[in-house]
Ligand binder design. Structure first.
Ligand SMILES: Cc1cc2nc3c(=O)[nH]c(=O)nc-3n(C[C@H](O)[C@H](O)[C@H](O)COP(=O)(O)O)c2cc1C
Length: 160
């Protein structure tokens, strides 16, 4: 069986998850290729039996490259086994997991896939209060910290 794993990432977490998925498939004797969605433009995907596509989430959004991959290959993907995954903060707390599944996986499936995916994976992200992710992170981080405090978690702790 030939498998393809395609990921989009902003801070590197979805890449690590994609590498882990590829390693697991390899151990199951799947012939796996792994690509950043930015680099897959001219790569033929017809040869693959299983295609796994994923993304990190920022401000509720997949990376545009992963989304474009789904959009541009909609017809070919309808004849393949397809699985989706995301890496997102919503998966880090039990309270927000169902929302993450719906917003980042189920809705994307409905919007971009003709057939239902064979599997979806909701993975957590790395939360590093000291990360230098720019102004947007500083803004979002205020809300994240409040949520963490509500759940009795230490917002100054790195979570992986
Ligand atoms: C600026 C910023 C915005 C984020 N927005 C969301 C969000 O809207 N929903 C969510 O569940 N997680 C959000 N996160 C958490 C990321 O999804 C998480 O860190 C993920 O692992 C990032 O994946 P990547 O490293 O592959 O880009 C955000 C993180 C940052 C830094």
């Amino acid at each position: 069986m030939k498998g393809l794993v395609v990921y989009g990432t902003r801070y590197g977490t979805a890449k690590e998850i994609a590498e882990e998925i590829a390693k697991t498939l390899k151990n199951e004797n799947v012939d796996v290729s792994l690509f950043n969605a930015k680099q897959i433009k001219d790569h033929g995907i017809s040869a693959y039996d299983l295609i796994i596509v994923g993304s990190g989430i920022k401000m509720g959004k997949w990376t545009k490259e992963s989304k474009n991959f789904l959009k541009n290959n909609q017809n070919i993907l309808s004849n393949k086994k397809v699985a989706l995954f995301v890496s997102c903060g919503a998966a880090n707390t039990e309270k927000s997991m169902a929302e993450g599944q719906e917003k980042y996986l189920d809705n994307i499936s409905k919007e971009y896939l003709i057939n239902k995916p064979i599997a979806t994976g909701l993975f957590g992200g790395i939360y590093d209060p000291n990360a230098n992710h720019g102004l947007m992170f500083k803004f979002v981080n205020r809300f994240i910290k409040k949520e963490m405090e509500k759940e009795g978690k230490d917002p100054n702790q790195r979570i992986d």
